[in-house]
Ligand binder design. Structure first.
Ligand code: MGD
Ligand code: MGD
Ligand code: SF4
Ligand code: MO
Length: 722
C-alpha cells in the first residue's frame, strides 16, 4: 500500500488528505494529520473522494450523440470533430456565436484552469459565462471599485479576531467560502475561548448559529439596510486609518435615510441590536464583518458586499490583524499579472444589453442569448465542469434553450442534466491522476501556505486529463488563426504541462528563487504536507491600485439611492432562500451513495406559523410557485427558519431518464432553480438573485392558498440564541 498526500479538490478549504492506494486503486482516504493547514481536519466529502473517482457511472470515453442515444467514439475523432464544428460555426456567424460556460470545479483543478484559459483565448469570444455570476461576482466588483483589483478579496482574520460578525454564510455546512480556513468549528470556538464573540445574521438558525453567541434573524435581501444603518452610525465618528480614504461627506449624504429604526422596520432586526452592533464593532480592538453567498446572490449583492468592507473600514478593521486582511500567496496571480484588475461594461449582452463584468456576461441571460433570433445569437456552447441546468436561475428556460443549439460540447465526467444536451461529451480522467496546486484558493486562505500534490492514481489506459483535452482543443481551434505568438503559447504550454508552469510561477513569486524560502516544485515535493509561510499581514497600503479608497463611487451611489427608495417597499408575504448541507456539493456529488444516504435533504423548510397558515404538514408536500416556475417538494416544518421565509437547497432535480447518474436518480429531489427568476438581477454585477425570491404556496391540487394571506409579520425577530 502506498500513501499519497493530496489537497482535497472539492471545496475552497483545501484540506490535506492521506490517500492510500494499492495496484493503482484507492483503498482508503484519511485526513492528513500532518497537513500544515488542516492539521487532520476533513469532512465526509473528502473521505468519499475514492468513491467519486471510481464511480461506475463516470464516463471513460468520449460520447457522441446518435439517433439511438450516446455512443462511445475515439479521442482523436471526438477532438477533431469538436474543433471543426466550433470553427465552422464561428466562421459562419462570428466569434460571438460560440459561447463558453465554466463551472465551479474548474477553479479547483490546476489543469482545467490552465487548459480552460488556453481554450478561452483560442475561442476568442465575448460570449463568456461562468458560475461566478451565480456566486461571488459582487465581491469581485466591490473589491475592484474599492481597491482597484477584483482579486483583493477581503478575508476575515478568524484566528485573531475577537468579534466575528457573519452575514449570509453557514460555514459549518459549507466549510467556508472566500475564507479558506479548515476546521472552522474549532476556529470559531477559539474566538470564544479567547473571550471573543461570534454574531450571526441569517434568516435561518443554522448549524453555525449553534456555535455563535448571538443569532439575529434578518429578512432575506435586507442586509444592505442593516449594513447601511451600521455604516451611518460609524460615520459619526469613524476610526482613524492609515489608508488613503475619501468621500466621507458624500457617503454620509447617501446614508442619511438609513436610520436604525428605518433599517429595523425593513429587515426585522431590532434598532437596538443594530446600534449595539455598530458600537461593539467600533470599540473592539479586533473585530471583523464577513458576508458571503446570502449577501451576494440577492438583489442587493454588490452594495451589500461593498457595505461590508466599508463598515470594516469605518470601524477601523480594514487591513488590520484580527480584522480584514488580504492574502499574498506564493503564486500570486495579481502580482504575476495573470488576472486583470477588473472591468465592467466593455461590452454588453446582445439581448438585454447587460454589461460585461470581470470579462463575463451574467449566466442568467444565457438562455435568451441562444433563443432570441439574430445573426450573432449563440449557436454553439462549450461547457467545462458546469451544470447550469441545475445551478442557474430560470433553469427550465435554459434547459429548453440548450436543445436549440446547433452544437454543444461538454468537458465533464458525467452524463447529467446539462451534458445530456451535448453533441459530444469529453470526459476527463479523475483529477487524482494529475498533479495539483491551488492557483486560486490560496488567495482566499487565512494563512499563507504552499503545497503541491503529485498524481495519486496512474492515468487510466486511454484516459485524458482536463489539461490534455482542453489544450488539445485550444491548439486545434487556434490552428492557422490569430497571431503566431498566441498560437505558440498554446502549443508550448501543451508540450510542457501544468507542473512546469507551476514551477515557474513558484520560482518567480515572492517566496521564490530570490527569497530565503526558495520555493520551487522540487522543494514542495520534499514537503508533501505543505509549507506554512505564516499568518497574513497587513499589506493593503502598498497594494492599493487606486490613489484613494472612494467611499461613494457613482455606481454605488446609484445603488444607495435605489436602496433608500426601497425602504418604503412592503416585503413580499413569502420569500424563498437556499441552504447547503455538509454532505452535498452543489449538483454533482449526489451520485455517491455514502453521501446521499439517510433522510431526504431536498425539503422545503417552513416555519410552524406559515405551515399552519398554508395548511402544510411536516412530511407532507407543498406546491411552490414563483413568477417563472413551480415545483412540488416535501415539507419540513421547523422554527429554525423565520416566518415569511421558506428554504430549498440547490443542486437537486435528478429525475431525468436520459442521464447516467443512477444513485442520484434515486435521490432526485427538485430543482430549486426552476423557481429563481433570471429577469431579476443584482443590478451592478448582473449576479443572479437566488435568495429572497417571492413565492406562493399552493395545496397539492395546485389551488393557491398563500397568495397574500394577511398575517401579522412577527415584529421582534432578533434575539440571543442563548
Ligand atoms: N457542503 C457544501 N459545501 C459547500 C458547497 C456545497 O454545496 N455544499 N458549495 C460551495 C460553494 S460553490 C460555495 S459558493 C460556498 C458557499 O458558502 P456559504 O456562503 O457559507 O453558503 P451557505 O452554506 O449556502 O450559507 C448561506 C447562508 O445565507 C443565508 N441567507 C440566505 N439569504 C440571506 C440573506 O438575504 N441575508 C442573510 N444575512 N443570510 C441569507 C442562508 O440561510 C444560509 O445560511 O460553499 C461551498 N461549500
Ligand atoms: N438556487 C441556488 N443556485 C445556486 C446556488 C445557490 O446557493 N442557490 N449556488 C451557486 C454557486 S455558489 C455555484 S458555485 C454554482 C455551481 O454551479 P456549476 O458549477 O454549474 O455546478 P456544479 O454543480 O458545481 O457542477 C459541476 C460540474 O462539473 C463536473 N465536474 C466535477 N469535477 C470535474 C473535473 O474535475 N473536471 C471536469 N471537467 N468536470 C468536473 C460535474 O460532473 C458537474 O457537471 O451553483 C450556483 N447555484
Ligand atoms: S472541507 Fe471537505 S470537501 Fe472541503 S476540502 Fe476539506 S475534506 Fe474536502
Ligand atoms: Mo459557489
Amino acid at each position: 500500500m502506498t500513501s499519497h498526500y493530496r489537497t482535497c479538490p472539492l471545496c475552497e478549504v483545501m484540506c490535506g488528505l492521506r490517500v492510500e492506494t494499492e495496484d493503482g486503486r484507492i483503498v482508503r482516504v484519511r485526513p492528513d494529520a500532518d497537513d500544515v493547514s488542516s492539521h487532520g481536519y476533513v469532512c465526509p466529502k473528502g473521505v468519499a473522494l475514492g468513491e467519486l473517482a471510481e464511480d461506475p457511472d463516470r464516463l471513460t470515453r468520449p460520447m457522441k450523440r446518435a439517433a439511438s442515444g450516446f455512443v462511445e467514439i475515439g479521442w482523436r475523432e471526438a477532438l477533431a470533430e469538436a474543433a471543426e464544428r466550433l470553427r465552422a460555426i464561428r466562421a459562419a456567424h462570428g466569434n460571438r456565436s460560440v459561447a463558453m460556460y465554466i463551472g465551479n470545479p474548474a477553479v479547483h483543478n490546476t489543469g482545467l484552469l490552465l487548459g480552460g484559459d488556453l481554450l478561452r483565448r483560442s475561442l476568442h469570444t465575448i460570449s463568456r459565462f461562468s458560475a461566478s455570476t451565480v456566486d461571488q461576482v459582487p465581491k469581485q466588483l466591490s473589491s475592484w471599485l474599492l481597491y482597484g483589483h477584483q482579486f483583493l478579496f477581503p478575508l476575515p482574520d478568524v484566528d485573531r479576531t475577537e468579534l466575528f460578525v457573519i452575514l449570509g454564510a453557514n460555514p459549518l455546512a459549507s466549510n467556508g467560502s472566500l475564507l479558506s480556513a479548515p476546521g472552522i468549528r474549532k476556529r470559531l470556538r477559539g474566538i470564544r475561548d479567547r473571550g471573543g464573540r461570534v454574531v450571526l445574521i441569517d434568516p435561518r438558525r443554522t448549524e453555525t448559529a449553534k456555535v455563535a453567541d448571538t443569532h439575529h434573524f434578518v429578512r432575506p435581501a435586507t442586509d444592505a439596510f442593516v449594513l447601511a444603518a451600521i455604516a451611518r452610525e460609524l460615520l459619526a465618528d469613524p476610526a482613524p486609518t492609515a489608508l488613503p480614504v475619501e468621500g466621507h461627506e458624500r457617503l454620509a449624504g447617501f446614508l442619511a435615510p438609513f436610520t436604525p429604526e428605518a433599517a429595523a422596520a425593513r429587515s426585522g432586526m431590532s434598532a437596538d441590536a443594530i446600534r449595539a452592533l455598530a458600537a461593539d464593532l467600533r470599540s473592539a480592538s479586533r473585530a471583523v464583518v464577513y458576508g458571503r453567498i446570502g449577501t451576494c446572490t440577492q438583489r442587493w449583492g454588490t452594495v451589500s458586499s461593498w457595505l461590508v468592507d466599508v463598515v470594516n473600514l469605518l470601524a477601523g478593521h480594514l487591513d488590520t490583524e484580527g480584522g480584514i486582511l488580504f492574502a499574498e500567496p506564493a503564486i500570486d496571480l495579481i502580482a504575476a499579472g495573470l488576472i486583470g484588475p477588473g472591468s465592467r461594461g466593455r461590452w454588453a449582452s446582445r439581448v438585454r444589453g447587460l454589461p460585461e463584468v470581470m470579462g463575463e456576461l451574467p449566466v442568467a441571460t444565457l438562455a435568451e442569448e441562444i433563443t432570441e433570433p439574430g445573426e450573432e445569437r449563440v449557436r454553439a456552447l462549450v461547457t467545462l465542469a458546469g451544470n447550469p441546468v441545475l445551478s442557474t436561475p430560470g433553469a427550465g428556460r435554459l434547459d429548453a434553450a440548450l436543445g436549440e443549439l446547433e452544437f454543444m460540447v461538454s468537458v465533464d465526467p458525467y452524463l447529467n442534466e446539462t451534458t445530456r444536451h451535448a453533441d459530444l461529451i469529453l470526459p476527463p480522467a479523475t483529477s487524482l491522476a494529475s498533479g495539483h496546486y491551488d492557483l486560486v484558493f490560496h488567495h482566499l486562505a487565512v494563512r499563507t501556505v504552499a503545497k503541491w500534490s503529485d498524481p495519486v492514481l496512474p492515468m487510466p489506459e486511454g484516459g485524458r486529463s482536463d489539461f490534455d483535452i482542453l489544450s488539445d482543443l485550444a491548439v486545434r481551434i487556434g490552428r492557422g488563426r490569430g497571431p503566431l505568438r498566441k498560437r505558440l503559447r498554446a502549443r508550448v504550454l501543451r508540450a510542457i504541462g501544468e507542473a512546469q508552469v507551476v514551477d515557474w510561477l513558484l520560482r518567480f513569486g515572492r517566496y521564490g528563487s530570490r527569497s530565503p524560502h526558495k520555493l520551487s516544485l522540487r522543494k514542495l515535493r520534499k514537503h508533501p504536507h505543505g509549507i506554512d509561510l505564516g499568518p497574513l499581514k497587513p499589506s493593503l497600503a502598498r497594494r492599493l491600485r487606486v490613489p484613494a479608497i472612494d467611499l461613494a463611487p457613482a455606481l454605488i451611489a446609484g445603488e444607495l439611492q435605489a436602496l433608500a427608495a426601497d425602504l418604503e417597499t412592503a416585503p413580499p408575504r413569502l420569500v424563498l432562500i437556499g441552504r447547503r448541507h455538509l454532505r452535498s456539493n452543489n449538483s454533482w456529488m449526489h451520485n455517491v451513495a455514502s453521501l446521499v444516504k439517510g433522510r431526504d435533504r431536498c425539503t422545503l423548510l417552513v416555519h410552524p406559523d406559515d405551515a399552519e397558515a398554508f395548511g402544510l404538514v411536516d412530511g407532507g408536500t407543498a406546491r411552490v410557485k414563483s413568477e417563472v416556475g413551480e415545483v412540488v417538494a416535501p415539507v419540513e416544518v421547523s422554527d429554525e427558519i423565520m416566518p415569511g421565509v421558506v428554504s430549498l437547497p440547490h443542486g437537486w432535480g435528478h429525475d431525468r431518464d436520459d442521464t447516467r447518474m443512477r444513485v442520484a436518480r434515486e435521490h432526485a429531489g427538485v430543482n430549486v432553480n426552476l423557481l429563481t427568476d433570471p429577469a431579476v438581477l443584482d443590478g451592478p454585477s448582473g449576479n443572479a438573485v437566488l435568495n429572497g425570491v417571492p413565492v406562493q404556496i399552493g395545496d397539492r391540487r395546485g389551488q393557491e392558498v398563500s397568495a397574500y394571506l394577511e398575517k401579522p409579520v412577527v415584529e421582534q425577530l432578533s434575539g440571543g440564541v442563548r
